[in-house]
Design a protein around this ligand. Structure first.
Ligand code: SF4
Length: 530
């Protein structure tokens, strides 16, 4: 359910029985879960981290903070964007009241918040709510906002509803669980359940969390979190780039995973598949390398292709070599055909730089490789200002349409999807776009279909580096490019723009490098088939 600002007034009546209001101890000063003279407590922040990674929650609680990595430029940018987003939404809720309390002193924070709620102020920013569970653990909730609503609470004919402000565009489950946690703790403070808990997302919409639906899941996660954090030992490392890339414990975890040759470093070993491999005692690269794929294929989430790929993956790492894949459902000994990876006198290698937070494509990079003339020419079609996106797009179209026969190589589907989207947005004629898209060749798909490599990820960098290609800027990546574009906009310093162009050109050249290697690797199989 979603709504626009400002929040519609809703009744505070809910179908659940609130727990009684707790008497606050006077001397509990705590950070996440700590033992204090009054007992332990657990914050919403720790619960949020736990959902992302139980090891991360453990490290936040008991790890050596000097071992944390400094925040990357991209993480700093996300924090700044998040703060800007929050500020812009808070403008809708004026005047704002802030409970005043010493940092981390949850008891003082809860007392100050309760006092404001009792007065019936309209909006409370960064209030503190506490609830003691049956084991004496204090649950600490700090919603971004508490908004006054009609309804019967312990104070009279008003109650409060929580809102968390999030930078994300979608109401992710981990956001919803924390919102549910806020409602659960708030019910204790005001003696009535809020009808919902809101998420204010980037798209400018409010999302109402379905508390009835999320409450059982929240309890399950909360119990798991409490139990895991009471254990003495640190949870096993599991590297999953989607969640680890922005984590400040990454360097330590990654070193440990490498030292152990942990299976999570093999592409395709997800947490769910790892649990099945553990049950079969296939927990080392050596053990997996000699496993029979037919034994793995029937497992949930595997299948023949995945089973073969995982065993090949372990073999490739142990032997440090590329292993051709097979086509189990056809007579083809090698799945890639010459037509899948066409070669031509002139070939184009294409890579886009975009800032999703601004919905902006700021660079189309195209490397034109002329095998006859033996030339390689890089074209950077750049929007130096966001309002030049259309101009850069039209320059790109003019360039690629000059080579109507040339295959256009790119890495992953994003480039093709973006060309389609920009064509629709800027009204490019279909008779130009359809033949252009037919010339697109996704090198990522070609290589992952055809070969297993001894690498940790099939991202462009991992593949090209294993094949011997090096980027000129060691720290360059897509997230850094977005930060550089912001820096260019703020400072006007062209060194940032130059760094983006250099990085983009290297991405195009890396794609060319992989394509050339793959065509050479495939050649003997293609000759056999002639
Ligand atoms: S780096 Fe990954 S495994 Fe380590 S704490 Fe962070 S999210 Fe968890």
């Amino acid at each position: 359910m979603s709504a626009s600002f400002p929040l519609p007034h809703r009744s505070g009546a809910g179908g659940r029985d609130p727990a009684p209001i707790i008497a606050l101890p006077s001397n509990l000063v705590a950070s996440p879960i700590v033992e204090s003279s009054s007992g332990p407590c657990l914050t919403d922040r720790l619960l949020f981290n736990y959902q992302r990674c139980n090891r991360r929650a453990f490290l936040e609680l008991r790890g050596d903070r000097t071992q944390k990595d400094p925040p990357s430029d991209y993480l700093r940018k996300l924090k700044q964007d998040s703060s800007d987003h929050s500020q812009s939404i808070l403008l809708n809720y004026q005047p704002l009241h802030h409970p005043v309390y010493p940092s981390q002193d949850w008891i003082a924070g809860a007392s100050a918040t309760l006092a404001l709620m009792q007065q019936g102020v309209e909006h409370i920013n960064r209030g503190v709510l506490l609830k003691q569970n049956a084991q004496g653990l204090f649950l600490v909730s700090t919603p971004t906002l508490l908004i006054k609503q009609p309804g019967q609470s312990v104070w009279g004919d008003w109650c409060y509803v929580p809102i968390d402000i999030k930078l994300g565009k979608k109401p992710k489950l981990d956001y919803q669980i924390i919102s549910t946690f806020h409602a659960y703790v708030l019910a204790d403070a005001q003696g009535v359940w809020p009808e919902t808990s809101w998420l204010a997302l980037r798209a400018g919409k409010l999302y109402a969390v379905d508390l009835e639906r999320q409450l059982p899941r929240m309890h399950e996660i909360l119990q798991g979190c409490i139990q895991d954090l009471q254990k003495e030992y640190i949870p096993e490392v599991f590297i999953a780039h989607s969640r680890c890339d922005l984590c400040q414990w990454f360097s330590g975890c990654y070193s440990q995973a490498q030292a152990q040759q942990h299976l999570s470093l093999l592409p395709g070993v997800t947490p769910a598949r790892y649990a099945h491999l553990q049950a079969l005692k296939l927990t080392t690269v050596e053990a997996l390398s000699v496993a029979n794929p037919a034994r793995l294929a029937p497992l949930p989430g595997f299948g023949e292709q995945v089973a073969e790929k995982l065993v090949h993956q372990a073999q490739a790492v142990l032997e440090n070599r590329a292993i051709p894949r097979t086509s189990p459902h056809s007579y083809q000994p090698f799945p890639l055909l010459p037509a899948d990876l066409p070669s031509a006198d002139i070939e184009l290698y294409f890579d886009i730089e975009a800032a999703p937070d601004k919905n902006l494509v700021y660079l189309h990079g195209v490397l034109v490789v002329d095998h006859q003339a033996k030339t390689e020419t890089f074209h950077a079609l750049v929007a130096e200002e966001p309002d030049q996106e259309r101009m850069a797009w039209e320059q790109f179209l003019r360039l690629v349409l000059q080579y109507p026969e040339a295959p256009v190589y790119h890495f992953c589907p994003y480039e093709a999807q973006t060309v389609q989207r920009l064509a629709e947005e800027y009204g490019a004629p279909l008779e130009h776009i359809e033949p252009l898209l037919e010339r697109f060749v996704d090198v990522h798909k070609c290589i992952t279909d055809a070969v297993t490599l001894p690498i940790e990820s099939y991202a462009l960098k991992h593949i090209a580096r294993w094949l011997g290609f090096n980027w000129r800027d060691l720290g360059a990546n897509g997230a850094q490019s977005i930060c550089w574009y912001d820096d260019w906009m703020v400072t006007g310093d062209r060194t940032y723009l130059d760094a983006i162009l250099r990085y983009n050109e290297d991405d195009c050249r890396a794609t060319y490098w992989i394509k050339s290697w793959l065509a050479e690797f495939a050649q003997p199989f293609w000759e056999e088939g002639e």
